[in-house]
Design a protein around this ligand. Structure first.
Ligand SMILES: C[S@@+](CC[C@H](N)C(=O)[O-])C[C@H]1O[C@@H](n2cnc3c(N)ncnc32)[C@H](O)[C@@H]1O
Length: 200
């Protein structure tokens, strides 16, 4: 299926890396520092785009670990591969709601600036839960609050107009439905961070 989001993100891939300021990268790096990434971990990056998180993560997991980016925009996935041709980086052109990986394949999942765009967020959580190992964590990260994000998408309009993070009570219920536990949500100007632990 080639939906409107894919076309939209395909069209942005060539220039995507120019969107990030040095300040964004510094903030992101500070968040990644707090994720408890260990050497040897296998991490899945959902909606990886051109791989903005790859370098931060791949240095932490080292050669024994890996970072697998998933993006359903072919152009984004291609650019990510070109940007990071390293043995511990994999990029897969796939939809987050149907992940082409075996159960319990990963030690951590991250979704930076991507979750609001998933066409079926509950399915994406189900799939993420399935491919994560027991007790491993999913981190949903944004450098703005959920309210700021909704306003930004409404302002941009078009295919993004309705993309949002669900209200906290709904999101908690969705995590619960997908069998995630110990959910922590931080949501204030300049940051949205949801952390959920896999309970198999
Ligand atoms: C706002 S961009 C963020 C990209 C990257 N994480 C970053 O911050 O630079 C959202 C990305 O999610 C991808 N995406 C949206 N829906 C997706 C889905 N259902 N499955 C996989 N990727 C998806 C888009 O193609 C796009 O590259």
């Amino acid at each position: 299926m080639h939906d409107k989001h894919q076309q939209f993100f395909d069209s942005l891939a060539a220039e995507w890396d120019l969107m990030f300021t040095a300040e964004d990268l510094e903030l992101l790096n500070n968040i990644v520092e707090q994720l408890n990434v260990q050497k040897g971990m296998d991490i899945i990056d959902l909606g990886c785009g051109t791989g903005i998180l790859f370098d931060m993560l791949r240095r932490k997991v080292g050669d024994e670990g890996s970072v697998t980016g998933v993006d359903f925009s072919f152009e984004m996935a291609q650019k990510a591969l070109r940007n990071f041709p390293f043995p511990n980086i994999n990029v897969v052109d796939a939809d987050a709601i149907s992940l082409p990986f075996a159960d319990s394949s990963f030690d951590m999942a991250v979704a930076f600036a991507a979750f609001p765009h998933f066409s079926n967020q509950q399915k994406a959580l189900d799939e993420t839960h399935r491919v994560l190992k027991k007790n491993s964590k999913l981190y949903i990260i944004h450098l703005i609050s959920s309210r700021e994000l909704t306003e930004m998408h409404q302002k941009i309009g078009g295919v993004l107009a309705g993309d949002q993070i669900p209200p906290e009570d709904k999101l908690r219920k969705m995590f619960e439905n997908s069998k995630f536990k110990d959910v922590i949500i931080e949501d204030h100007p300049g940051l949205f961070l949801a952390i959920a632990t896999n309970s198999k």
